[in-house]
Design a binder for this molecule. Sequence first.
Ligand SMILES: [Mg+2]
Length: 263
Amino acid sequence: MDIELEKDSAPNIEQFLKERNIEAVVFDVDNTVFATGEGFVEDVMKIGFKVAKYVNNDKSPEVIAQEYSDMTFGTYVRRGSKPTLIDALCKEGIIKYLGEEAECLVDEIIGDDLKDFYKKVPMLYKNSVLAIRSVLQSKVNVAFHSHAQEDWTKRKISFLGNELGGINLPFLATSIDEIKDRESWMRSFALVGGYVKNIMVVGDGVEFDLVPAMEAGCEYVVWLNGKDRPIPEILYEYKKKGKFIYMIKDIGDLRYLSDDYLI
Ligand SMILES: [Mg+2]
């Protein structure tokens, strides 16, 4: 708490960017600016409670919902945590949890529950607006690059623009049928212009944000590691190649970025 108060006094991101000649910052969207994963987990749990009504044993609905959720996300993680539509994932989870014979129950269980998932904007992280405002005030170009549907991304980015006082923010949505790779990051860099080496990327994904951005030529990347995951070896390999990789635990830390955050 003391650290928070102390930090609130002097953000230094403007100076940080200026000293390193960074002219633009491109943000990943989900789980970097928006708490998309949290909303996803919440809705999968809701389906888990409905699944519990079809189970005949002495386990509590809470236990069943949790088991269902763990099983559903287990599949997702084993596939490399690639963005997957929530209804497809939940359907698969139901069949896995209840067995093949439950296939005919899937639509009945899910009902209309997930119908509006992609029409809603997930919650912003507590410090997203503050952090992005500080970056905008540093007079650098800002853009966003999601790995999600175009219309859902548009909703999120317009919402964010409104939170920032009604501004238009440029974005690129890479479809979930595609890979967020070096080429798609290059396309997002066209939104801000300038030399790629002067663009800094902020994202939570090592494989789909940081690595392809560095492969595209970025020298500065920021890893939002909110879940305190161990630093993957591949990041040390890029560090050896001369890349500057910063690790932050909260998007708000971006306002105070310094070499203390280097991996
Ligand atoms: Mg992400």
